[in-house]
Design a protein around this ligand. Structure first.
Ligand code: PMP
Length: 438
């Protein structure tokens, strides 16, 4: 395996990267095990972000590595159009078990973006199958991130991601975000203030009429825009309003699924049941690209009960790829055998105390935490939004910790197998970074 620098970095158009800046100061990872990456110079880098939120069980879990190796040798590919393979069916059953049988079916995709677009399409097709084809409107939220497909971009609420790509989907509206620094700064778990913002959904329904609205999609905790935790009671109220008007509720759990909040899904943490959950990332512990949409039984039933010819005409060549299914089956076993959720729950108070101990350090204007996630908001440098946190990210990497930044917010989401010593190392080094930041 090549562990040296690439011969050239001239051809790779890097995603979501400042391509001009990166080449001056590249960060190259060559291997990973447990809680650590190793970089090209042989330095250990503590993974404070589980890659991109996607490695809950830690890196190079032997069982997952073995399962991938075995399947790639046994069945490198098999279609799931008009045929299938046992692992795809077994995994679907295991995933339903993992949800506590709250969901009835699973549709496989290859990424979070594909899961989101799939869920939006299922919502539209479901209403149409039931003779309510007028329900085409989709509702997202400001500061929501739902991937980069045209559906996800349209319901997403990040201006910079949207502005270069034309008018996007028609018939989309957005709820306001719930972030309120003035009232909720330094909250632990769900903030106190803001439940009334759920009533904005009633306003949107009144404006467009419920008969035109297909679905609301929400990240239970917005991750990519800086760890925004919903105020107490907010998600329950959104669920009530959706029920009242026959609107489907989709939780985008691409980052919150698979234990991030110490429960199987954020839906369990908040005690609210959506009609669909979109997932990816932790589904295979990040090893092989895969996504999945969990649907309530009634959604599938609607297609089975519809007149002949009505089916969900949708799918991907790699839906239910055998190697991804093997990785996911092994991931679910690791969750059980290593009691990943129980461990996350037991270490959570230590994690939360350590995060909030950063309060009072230079530039820190807010800290929010939930499960094994934290957002640390820094005061922006005047006229240079994002520059302070980006500097923190670069310094942190040089000091041997991987953090993630979005705008002027540091987002932390390490593998759930972390121990106290990793928390101490992460926050010890981060404290130094923050103390020495311009
Ligand atoms: N939804 C959410 C909530 C996400 O956080 C992400 C990725 N961070 C996506 C969708 C898109 O996932 P992917 O990058 O796998 O397409």
């Amino acid at each position: 395996m090549n562990e040296s620098r690439p011969e050239s970095m001239s051809s790779f158009w890097m995603p979501f990267t400042n391509n001009r800046d990166f080449k001056q100061n590249p960060r190259l990872l060559v291997s990973a095990e447990g809680m650590y990456y190793k970089d090209v110079d042989g330095n250990q880098v503590l993974d404070g972000t589980a890659g991109l939120w996607c490695v809950p069980c830690g890196h190079a879990q032997p069982k997952i590595v073995a399962a991938v190796r075995e399947m790639v040798g046994q069945l490198d590919f098999a279609p799931t159009f008009q045929m299938g393979h046992p692992a795809a069916f077994d995994l679907a059953d295991r995933l339903m078990e993992y949800t506590g049988h709250k969901f009835g079916h699973v549709f496989y995709t290859n990424s979070g973006s594909e899961s989101v677009d799939t869920a939006l399409k299922i919502a539209l097709a479901y209403h149409k199958a039931r003779g309510e084809g007028g329900r085409t409107r989709l509702i997202g939220r400001e500061r929501g991130y739902h991937g980069v497909g045209f559906g996800g971009l349209s319901v997403g609420g990040i201006g910079s991601n949207r502005k270069s790509f034309g008018p996007l989907l028609p018939g989309v509206d957005h709820l306001p975000h719930t972030h309120n620094l003035a009232k909720n700064a330094f909250s632990r778990g769900e903030p106190e203030f803001g439940v009334e913002l759920a009533e904005e959904l009633e306003r949107i329904v009144a404006l467009h009429d419920a008969s035109t609205i297909a679905a609301v999609i929400i990240e239970p905790v917005s991750g990519s825009t800086g760890v925004l935790v919903p105020p107490k009671g907010y998600l329950k109220r959104i669920r009530e309003i959706c029920d009242k008007h026959g609107i489907l509720l989709i939780f985008d759990e691409v980052i919150t699924g698979f234990g991030r909040l110490t429960t199987p899904f954020a839906a369990d943490y908040f005690g609210v049941e959506p009609d669909m959950i979109t997932t990816a990332k932790g589904l295979t512990n990040g090893t092989i690209p895969m996504g999945a949409v969990f649907t309530k039984q009634f959604l599938h039933d609607a297609f089975m009960e519809a007149p002949p010819g009505i089916e969900l005409f949708h799918g991907y060549t790699y839906s239910g790829h055998p190697v991804a299914c093997a990785a996911s089956l092994a991931t679910l076993e690791v969750f059980k055998e290593q009691k990943i959720l129980e461990h996350a729950k037991s270490i959570q108070p230590y994690w939360e105390d350590a995060v909030h101990a950063l309060r009072g350090l230079p530039h820190v204007i807010d800290i929010r935490s939930v499960g094994i996630v934290a957002g640390i908001e820094l005061e922006p440098i005047a006229g240079k939004p994002g520059a302070r946190a980006y500097n923190a990210f670069k310094k942190a990497f040089a000091d041997g910790i991987l953090i993630r930044v979005t705008g002027d917010i540091i987002a932390l989401s390490p593998p759930l197998v972390l121990e106290k010593q990793h928390i101490d190392e992460l926050f010890g080094k981060l404290t130094n970074v923050l103390k020495n930041l311009d």
